[in-house]
Design a protein around this ligand. Structure first.
Ligand code: FES
Length: 133
């Protein structure tokens, strides 16, 4: 094979490989679209003082010395909930669903309670919350 032919063939293969990769990328991205990923949020001791503290999509709820966590995602269409410290309720800014501080649905278009997430207390006093996103 001549040198020029070898280079042409090599460039053709390179173009073929790059073209295939460019076409395959969206397909693999779509396949991984619903892949469940986990996220860990750590609440440091100074972030555990309020009745409900929001951080990265999750609320840490303090009831005396007990803690639990709730997803901040509204169970209607997924908007991020706001906590009203006066009424001690979660309010959805999108369509007005209302949830108790326990996560129980009170009113609005949402039909289910908020998702409860286990809390792990670390030896140094941090509260670790791991949830699926
Ligand atoms: S998204 Fe919360 S009420 Fe619709």
């Amino acid at each position: 094979m001549e040198r020029r032919g070898f280079i042409k063939k090599g460039l053709s293969w390179l173009a073929y490989i790059l073209g295939t990769a460019a076409l395959a990328y969206p397909v693999f991205s779509f396949i991984n679209f619903r892949k469940i990923r986990k996220k860990t949020v750590v609440f440091y001791p100074d972030e555990q003082l309020a009745a409900a503290n929001f951080k990265e999509g999750v609320y840490l709820i303090r009831k005396g010395t007990d803690f639990n966590a709730l997803s901040a995602r509204c169970t209607h269409l997924g908007c991020t909930l706001n906590f009203d410290a006066v009424s001690q309720q979660f309010k959805c800014p999108c369509h007005g669903s209302l949830f108790a501080i326990s996560g129980k649905r009170i009113s609005g278009p949402a039909r289910t309670n908020l998702i409860s997430i286990p809390v792990k207390r670390e030896a140094n006093g941090d509260m670790e919350v791991e949830f699926e996103i």
